[in-house]
Design a protein around this ligand. Structure first.
Ligand SMILES: [Cu+2]
Length: 213
């Protein structure tokens, strides 16, 4: 019996991972912001290609987009689009940084060298927060607004598939990725126990009440 395979070049020995991510809130409702959830694969060899950069704007006292994903070694640009000073910083482990004060039209950038979840804040405005997720391989995606995700061309092997949402943390499942085809994996992330807690400024101190600039 002859097998006729129609597989695009470069896709041999890989599968597409897809599924749904649900985020459950306190009242049992589904979260509206699943588009800020991220799914990634841990275990495949690191990417050889230089990762694409990204831009996180500071606008109307918010980080836009709120959640950004980049590869290790990517440069992320932080333009200030407000006419007031912001000071983006992070104290997240090896990815800690501090871009100091600047305002529109200035910008500054940070190269992220370590995989992980980087919490970003502004040292002036405690209400500003966001996330940069740094991955060491290209197998990640942000989840669509309807909760669905697709990660193509994941190499065959036994890997850990993770889903993350800022109010629910991480959830992990072991997946056995075959040489071809599609693997369906779904996640339900529990954000029901989330409590928003105040964070410290870049000096590890409480924010002063009122804005200085
Ligand atoms: Cu600010």
């Amino acid at each position: 019996m002859a097998l006729v395979l129609s597989v695009p070049a470069g896709a041999l020995g890989a599968s597409t991972l897809r599924g749904k991510v649900q985020v459950l809130e306190k009242d049992g409702q589904r979260a509206q912001d699943t588009a800020d959830a991220v799914v990634w694969v841990e275990g495949p060899p690191p990417a050889r290609a230089r990762p694409a950069g990204a831009t996180v704007a500071m606008k109307s006292k918010a980080f836009l987009p709120r959640v950004t994903v980049v590869g290790v070694g990517a440069s992320v640009e932080f333009p200030n689009q407000d006419a007031i000073f912001h000071n983006v910083f992070s104290v997240s482990g090896e990815n800690r940084f501090d871009l100091q004060l600047y305002k529109k039209p200035k910008t500054a950038s940070k190269v992220f060298e370590h995989p992980g979840v980087v919490r970003i804040y502004c040292n002036i405005h405690p209400q500003m927060s966001g996330f940069v997720l740094v991955r060491d391989n290209p197998f990640w995606t942000k989840v669509a607004a309807d909760g669905s995700y697709t990660i193509p061309d994941v190499p065959a092997g036994t890997w850990v598939l993770k889903a993350w949402h800022e109010r629910a943390g991480e959830s992990a499942q072991t997946v056995q990725v075959k040489d071809a085809g599609t693997l369906e994996t779904s996640f339900t992330l529990d954000a029901s126990k989330f409590k928003r807690a105040p964070h410290k400024n870049k000096f590890g101190k409480d924010y002063e009440v009122g804005e200085k600039y």
